[in-house]
Design a protein around this ligand. Sequence first.
Ligand SMILES: [Zn+2]
Length: 330
Amino acid sequence: MGHTVLYPLRFEPIYEYRLWGGRRLAELLRAPMPNGPIGEAWVLSDRDDHASTVDNGTLNGQTIGQLMHEFPEQMMGNLAGHFQRFPLLLKFLDALEMLSVQVHPGYPPSKALPEGQVAKTEAWVVLEAGKESRIDAGLKSGTTPEILRQSVANGRLADHLASFTPKPGDAIFIPAGTVHALGGDVVVFEIQQNSDTTFRLYDWGHVEAATGKPRALQVDEALACINFGKSAAGLVQAVIEAVAPSRRERLFDCEAFRLWRLSGESPFPVGASALPRVLVCTQGSGQIEHAGSTYAVGKGEVWILPASVGICDFLPSDPVTLLEIALPDN
Ligand SMILES: [Zn+2]
């Protein structure tokens, strides 16, 4: 292969059947959606079983893993060599029904994780919600392991969850060790550490259509990694960093990722010098301008600006909302 110069990279979504899913991702994403309840679109994933591929330009068809391997300096810049795989997993979720109540390991932070398990902190930005929508993030105060175990056994778990009715624009932080669920016709963007370890505490009596059976629970494993103390879980107050040329709100800033929401109608800068950034368009459309070329960006699309691309101008075609994501740099 000759010398390839990286450019802004758009990725193809991977749709996933989920029994709690709906059909709303078809309105958000351009790629044709398969039949049935679709709960997840994996829009950036460096996992062997779900490898995101580039769908624009000369690198069309390459997986993100191949890019990380072949172009570590151009992709990651100052972060080259820090990660074996791309460290974040990005999805859109459409939860028509309630997801299982679950928890991911990584709490307490001092406790070593068993072989093969990776910590998972995640966060959601609500894109659509209705009157019946619900988000559970954490436990009501005073909930002990004994109370929780009993409530799982007698189907009263929901009584002990810290719940609220989400609205579009809400930002919710779910650090590792937080009991969480969502559903009732809600669409969110999800950012998480690139880990697949989930312990299911309760599943609302759901039955898998294919097997006619309930899904397995992992109550003991879940109880072992739940944070029963105070935590930062739940609704996050946005920090407004700028109002021009775009409104720039910082929604999440943790060890695993940083995420801003940018909105505006006039050109504004995106990306960072010598660092990779991810852009997710959740509303409107526009163009990325880089090295004398423009790249059309539509609603629902996910792009990587490789470190070698650096800072570029974003030219909105109409009022646009982008999420800009930075990788952990410590
Ligand atoms: Zn989760």
